[in-house]
Write a protein that binds this ligand. Structure first.
Ligand code: HEM
Ligand code: HEM
Length: 211
């Protein structure tokens, strides 16, 4: 058993898996204050993941897993030896999900509802009409995100049918990958400053670019 996912990656992942459906539910059932709170929390999680992708454990670092189209093609042809961490194809689905999610949060920040009662914290910087237009995009982009999440779940199901359980490692951090050496993990003390920076970013944005 080798540890492949550190605690921050797992906490990040399962919080996202809870907060995205929650955000959708809160918006649909007119609990906009909950919707915004959930959105600002997702913003903090994204900020955390971005920094952790640079300074975190090797399996969390973008530099260790982002590969170009040739890397993905080689993987699909079976030419890339199995190694711990994300697969070259999976990485692009992750990158797509995180990019669309960031855009969704970005649009939400500038969105206003019809009667101008509910609004994202940065909507004061745009006109009402622009805020409404961005809210429409915010509604539409949600479905793009939903499709990407559905593909993510389908890919995991395909691996499961083929006898590879990816879910357990995302829960326990451990993978039964005896061929590959265990990757080193980031020092736990790093979590605190990165989390503090992420909370700072989310707080600053949620308060309309003020502390
Ligand atoms: C809204 C729901 C979800 C979102 C947005 C999401 C997003 C992500 C992201 C961004 C990663 C990459 C982790 C990282 O390096 O930061 C990931 C990995 C993963 N997710 Fe999800 N996820 C969701 C739901 C789920 C669910 C419900 C399951 C399990 C049934 C799941 C299982 C996994 C697994 C197993 C991996 C690791 C894949 C690998 O080994 O490369 N996800 N997910
Ligand atoms: C800081 C982040 C966010 C803010 C400030 C925000 C803000 C808003 C606002 C003000 C509305 C109402 C717009 C209107 O009535 O036309 C709205 C609607 C909506 N938001 Fe967000 N949002 C954020 C993040 C998200 C995220 C992450 C998701 C994805 C799960 C999401 C999904 C939706 C959906 C689906 C609606 C439309 C609900 C409906 O059809 O009535 N939002 N959001």
């Amino acid at each position: 058993m080798a540890r492949v996912w550190d605690i921050p990656i797992r906490v990040f992942h399962w919080l996202l898996a809870i907060l995205i459906p929650f955000s959708w539910w809160a918006a649909k059932s007119d609990h906009l204050p909950w919707h915004r709170l959930s959105g600002y929390t997702i913003l903090g999680l994204l900020a955390f993941r971005l920094i952790w992708g640079v300074v975190g454990s090797p399996t969390a670092r973008f530099s260790s897993f982002l590969r170009g189209p040739r890397g993905v093609a080689a993987y699909l042809r079976g030419e890339v030896p199995a190694r711990v961490g994300h697969t070259p194809l999976g990485v692009w689905s992750i990158a797509a999900m995180l990019t669309v999610l960031a855009a969704q949060v970005g649009l939400g920040l500038f969105s206003v509802d019809e009667d101008s009662l509910e609004a994202g914290s940065l909507s004061k910087f745009v006109s009402f009409d622009t805020g409404r237009a961005l809210a429409h995009l915010h509604h539409r982009l949600f479905w793009v995100l939903a499709v990407l999440v559905a593909l993510h779940l389908a890919a995991i199901a395909v691996y499961a049918v083929r006898g590879r359980n990816l879910i357990r490692p995302m829960l326990t951090g451990l993978a039964e990958d005896s061929n590959s050496p265990a990757p080193p993990m980031a020092a736990p003390w790093l979590i605190a400053p990165v989390a503090l920076a992420a909370v700072g970013v989310a707080w600053f944005v949620a308060h309309g670019l003020k502390f």
